[in-house]
Ligand binder design. Structure first.
Ligand code: HEC
Ligand code: HEC
Length: 361
């Protein structure tokens, strides 16, 4: 005879089986729904099965690996990408096939080999070997027997940026900054507003204003008030910068924080942690061993050629109204980089209406 608890157990197990089956079926259905490059683009011969939304990332990885702009394989830098009869584009197709075949036959399908493995920023790599005696790789810092705990790293970081009560006091802020382009000379003015975890940044390219917004739900982007479509990882990064600039507790952003190793960045030792968000996004976080400050954060978004890396470097921390803020923030992805330079911060009460968009001015 089935007891009450046994019946309950079977019911629960039955539910799990149904959920597992549905889950399995759902994910296959979802997989089938992912638009491929072959479906979306006009002239695809080898990247047919790649998810279409990886195209931009992959093309930037090609350019960065070869040290060239789009024109090297296409006829221009801004369009006509489907045009055929271009020698470098044809060579690139052979190279793509070679890379896929190598990873499949030698590395169980893992994307271990990519364009940069051989090219390293050069379009036409020459066969060569290092000259002279073999040099051992740079020595890694000595590793502790047991790294710092998540609680210890969080406490040290919070103290380093000014302490919880100061951070909470400065919850409402208006920041003046600029976006400096890679040439180091060109820049665009930017205004950032923060309030209780909400964030808005207006970047002015002359009369064209690009707005990044996080209103507590999802990261969004606008061009002169009209929505700009974002990939999931791009929306996530707007949210992340909003959270970090607002001083949201690290444990809220990353419920799981795990120590990995001690590394070195610019000659300084850093504690390298993996932070996992509630949405299961994994980020690498590097905390200066001496000061406890966050100096680097990287996120890797998968593509058919391996991870597309997004790296943020936080530098020049300055005490502004009791809160220690990074005033130089450098962003880099393959083929693109820019710097946010903060010049002024005022802790004034920001009007809630600022976070309601689209706004037509
Ligand atoms: C090293 C060569 C190379 C570089 C550099 C390169 N591409 Fe491509 N691109 C290709 C190849 C090859 C294809 C076609 C892939 C295929 O046949 O599956 C392609 C296809 C495309 C397509 C799809 C066109 C269509 O409708 O069929 C777009 C869009 C594109 N590239 C954009 C860019 C952009 C933007 C850049 C610069 C950031 C760039 N590419 C840099 C080689 C390159
Ligand atoms: C195993 C090493 C290796 C890998 C991996 C590799 N390449 Fe190459 N690639 C070369 C070599 C070597 C040359 C020069 C060949 C020659 O001299 O004919 C070359 C040449 C090229 C050229 C022609 C450049 C010119 O100036 O004529 C293009 C375009 C190119 N590669 C694109 C790519 C792309 C895109 C990828 C990644 C999908 C890639 N390669 C991956 C080794 C590699």
């Amino acid at each position: 005879m089935m007891t009450k608890t046994n019946w309950l157990k079977s019911a629960i197990i039955f539910c799990f089986v149904v959920i597992a089956l549905l889950g399995g079926r759902l994910s296959t259905a979802q997989k089938a729904q992912v638009e491929t490059a072959g479906q979306k683009f006009k002239s695809i011969k080898v990247l047919n099965d790649m998810p279409a939304d990886q195209m931009g990332k992959v093309m930037n990885m090609f350019s960065a690996s070869l040290g060239v702009d789009c024109k090297f394989c296409h006829t221009s830098n801004d369009g006509d990408y489907e045009k055929e009869g271009i020698e470098h584009k044809e060579t690139a197709r052979k190279m793509i096939k070679m890379v896929f075949d190598l990873n499949k036959s030698q590395f169980n399908g893992r994307p271990e080999i990519n364009c940069n493995t051989c090219h390293q920023g050069i379009s036409h790599p020459q066969p060569s070997f290092p000259l002279g005696e073999a040099k051992p790789a740079a020595r890694r810092p000595s590793q502790p027997e047991k790294g710092p705990t998540a609680d210890a790293i969080v406490a040290k970081y919070e103290a380093a940026i000014g302490g919880r009560s100061n951070i909470d006091k400065a919850a409402s802020r208006k920041i003046t900054s600029k976006r400096v382009e890679p040439d180091g000379k060109t820049s665009e003015p930017e205004t950032i507003w923060l309030k209780a975890g909400k964030y808005r940044a207006d970047l002015a390219y002359g009369k064209y204003v690009v707005t990044e917004l996080f209103d507590g739900t999802i990261g969004r982007k606008f061009g002169n008030g009209s929505p700009i479509e974002l990939k999931a990882d791009e929306a996530e990064q707007i949210k992340r910068e909003a959270e970090l600039m607002s001083g949201v507790p690290l444990k809220t952003i990353y419920p799981r924080l795990e120590f990995r190793t001690v590394e070195r960045i610019d000659g300084k030792e850093v504690n390298y942690f993996i932070g996992t968000t509630t949405g299961n996004v994994r980020e690498r976080l590097y905390f200066d061993v001496a000061s406890g400050l966050l100096v680097r954060r990287t996120v890797s978004t998968p593509t058919v050629f391996g991870g597309f890396l997004y790296q943020v470097d936080y530098a020049d921390y300055k005490d502004i109204g009791g809160v220690n803020l990074p005033t130089t923030i450098h962003y880099a992805v393959p083929n693109m980089s820019w710097t946010r330079r903060i010049s002024n911060v005022s802790t004034s009460d920001v009007d809630d209406a600022i976070f309601v968009l689209p706004v037509k001015k």
